[in-house]
Design a protein around this ligand. Structure first.
Ligand SMILES: [Fe+2]
Ligand SMILES: [Fe+2]
Length: 240
């Protein structure tokens, strides 16, 4: 891959984990906004494109060619990885973060008014994500797995109630955008997850936890939007 400001952000994100860290640190959205060019994404994130490009080029020299195992691994392994690694992480993190956010809002809410808003935004994103993951696990992922089994010579797939895999994928991608936007608002309200000088340990833990939650969501959505979903659409097109 030749790196330039014209290179698509999702291609860069697919190249290696370190490239994703560079994009993440620059505040560049590589999952929902992955179809944009690096130049455009830098403009949106208000970061100098030449500096980001310099870091990415240096990283590419150090790490060599793409790792990207998920672009060729069986899709059933990828859906399993997403469920076990990312969905489980979200389910574990939500109660922990909700408890921390309620605690710091009670203790520090009078001095830090934004804590009420941050808690409300997190309750919203948590509710959306829990419903979203349930739809993926009960409807979309089993259908993708069945497409793959059919492609490998198993039972042919009957037309599902949603007609084509593109329909639930479209809904899931809209829901990703919505969750991504809520996390962006949380990031803005927390000043980029920077706790104030008078923050206690719980305050620091809550902000650190939210930062980690957003980073995990980016990787999770990247695996779905940029790898799983396009591969599922391709598989379905071959099957009919
Ligand atoms: Fe998911
Ligand atoms: Fe998803």
């Amino acid at each position: 891959m030749t790196l330039s400001t014209e290179t698509k952000v999702n291609e860069i994100a697919l190249s290696n984990p370190q490239a994703r860290h560079i994009l993440e640190d620059a505040g560049i959205d590589y999952c929902c906004g992955g179809g944009k060019s690096l130049g455009e994404a830098c403009l949106r994130a208000n970061v100098p494109a030449d500096e980001v490009l310099r870091q990415l080029r240096r990283n590419a020299e150090q790490v060599g060619p793409s790792e990207a195992p998920w672009t060729s691994a069986p899709l059933a392994e990828l859906t399993k990885h997403i469920r076990e690694r990312h969905h489980q992480y979200v389910r574990d993190a939500i109660p922990r973060l909700r408890a921390l956010l309620a605690k710091i809002r009670e203790k520090h809410g009078s001095n830090h008014r934004e804590l009420g808003e941050i808690e409300k935004l997190f309750v919203d994103v948590a509710r959306e994500l829990l419903m979203h993951m349930q739809k993926e696990e009960q409807i979309l992922f089993p259908f993708i797995d069945s497409l793959e089994r059919a492609a490998n010579g198993g039972e042919p797939v009957e037309t599902p109630f949603f007609q084509t895999v593109k329909n639930p994928i479209y809904s899931m991608m809209r829901e990703h955008d919505s969750a991504g936007e809520l996390m962006r608002q949380i990031r803005a309200s927390t000043n980029g997850y920077k706790a104030p000088a008078d923050a206690c340990t719980s305050y620091l833990a809550a902000y650190q936890g939210l930062d980690e939650f957003e980073k995990d969501l980016h990787l999770h959505v990247h695996l779905e939007n940029n790898i799983l979903f396009p591969r599922a659409v391709e598989l379905e097109a071959k099957a009919v």
